[in-house]
Design a protein around this ligand. Sequence first.
Ligand SMILES: [Fe+2]
Ligand SMILES: [Fe+2]
Length: 212
Amino acid sequence: MTENNSLIGDNGSELSLPIITKLRNHPKSLQIQTYLTDRFDRERYEHIYSVQETAVRLAICHNADVWKTHLAALLHDVVKWMCDDELYQNVSRYNIQLDPIEEKMPALLHAIVGVKYAIDLFEVTDLEVLEAIRCHTTGNASMGLIAKLIYVSDFSEPTREYSEAERVREVAVNNLDQAVHDVACYKIGFLLKKGWIIHPNTIHTYNDSLVK
Ligand SMILES: [Fe+2]
Ligand SMILES: [Fe+2]
């Protein structure tokens, strides 16, 4: 399914609502949404829907493929319901090779295992969609457009309570790369303050945004 972005207004806001509704009513979306509602509490489900709405609006602003963006947004946290043990079991089941930091940070695993579930349960094969799911937590150097949209939207969707969310959302409308940079800065600062491990892909995201 490919949407015709020429039918949509420049600002991607008021005119995007019918598109968002249409995307959510697609049979593939209904299949995914049933899976999500069966497994998530209201708060997580609202987050996923909010990422979807934010990302699709931004996709319209940046002439990205709205269907791919929608699909990546719906699936980005698809296995977030799993406990750490279950995530590690899936890492073994899929024979996924983790790096030493991923091995110590179960919070990163839902993005990695999520890619496998997107493929196996929902037959997603599009590499841009899979990259967006894989990168949504840490980011990465040279992310594609869909991955940038999901990385920024996951951080800045309106149910996020930190003050930076609204500012990043506004920046992203006109300058997506600046928004990616701002998210990476915030995440690195947060992790440093906590004294937690920083995955190299988060650093790569920051460096890549500066080089550009
Ligand atoms: Fe996530
Ligand atoms: Fe998320």
